[in-house]
Design a protein around this ligand. Structure first.
Ligand SMILES: [Cu+2]
Ligand SMILES: [Zn+2]
Length: 201
C-alpha cells in the first residue's frame, strides 16, 4: 500500500507541476513613422525564442536591445540597456554583456527591405531576475558594434545611435500567468495530498 501511495503522490506532483509550467509568450510592437514590426518572445527549453519581422528601414544592420524601463512616451524615456548585473555592453554571444543586448537586426532587400528576426537568446527571460516584461524593445538608427568598436560609447550602447522605434514588451499568452500565485497553493496541495494518502493507509 505504501508503494501505491508513493506512486500516486509522485504522479500527482508531476501532473500538477506540468500544468503549472506553461510556456509564456510575450510581444512587442515597433511602430514609428514608416517602421512597423511585431516581435514575439516564446519560452523554450533552450532560452527565449525571438521571432518576427520589421519593415521601414533601408537595408543594413541596426542595434536591437531591451531597455530597462517601460516608458515609451519617447523612446529615450525607456532608459539605458536592461543591465541587472551592471556589466559592460556586448554582443548577445559574449560572456560580458547587458542582459538586454540582442545585437543587431539585419534588413535585406532592395524595394522594401525586411528584417526577419529568428534567434534564441540565453539570458533574457519572461520570469525571474532577467524578466523583460514591462521593459522596452528598442530599434536603433545605426549598427551596434557589440562593444568592439573602440568608440567612447561602445561599452555602454554599442554606439548604435538614436532610437528610431520602440515598444513595450507585454504579456501575449497564456492570458493569465499565474505561476507566482499558484506555486504556494500547489506546495500546500502536495502536503495535504501526502497527509491524506498516508492516512488512507
Ligand atoms: Cu538600445
Ligand atoms: Zn548594452
Amino acid at each position: 500500500m505504501a508503494i501505491v501511495t508513493i506512486i500516486v503522490f509522485v504522479f500527482l506532483c508531476v501532473f500538477t507541476s506540468g500544468t503549472n509550467g506553461e510556456n509564456r509568450v510575450a510581444v512587442a510592437h515597433l511602430v514609428s513613422g514608416k517602421i512597423t514590426g511585431t516581435i514575439v518572445f516564446t519560452e523554450t527549453s533552450e532560452g527565449l525564442h525571438i521571432t518576427g519581422t520589421i519593415t521601414g528601414l533601408p537595408a543594413g544592420r541596426y542595434g536591437f536591445h531591451v531597455h530597462a524601463l517601460g516608458d515609451t512616451s519617447t523612446c529615450d524615456a525607456a532608459g539605458p540597456h536592461f543591465d541587472p548585473e551592471d556589466n559592460n555592453h556586448g554582443g548577445p554571444d559574449h560572456n560580458v554583456r547587458h542582459v538586454g543586448d540582442l545585437g543587431n537586426v539585419v534588413f535585406v532587400g532592395n524595394q522594401e527591405p525586411v528584417a526577419t528576426v529568428n534567434f534564441v537568446d540565453r539570458l533574457i527571460t519572461l520570469r525571474g531576475k532577467n524578466n523583460i516584461i514591462g521593459r522596452t524593445l528598442v530599434l536603433h538608427e545605426q549598427e551596434d558594434d557589440l562593444g568592439l568598436g573602440g568608440h567612447e560609447l561602445s561599452l555602454t550602447t554599442g554606439n548604435a545611435g538614436p532610437r528610431v522605434a520602440c515598444g513595450v514588451i507585454g504579456i501575449r499568452s497564456p492570458v493569465v500567468w499565474n505561476s507566482a500565485v499558484t506555486s504556494f497553493p500547489l506546495i500546500v496541495l502536495y502536503v495535504l495530498a501526502a497527509v491524506f494518502l498516508l492516512f488512507l493507509n
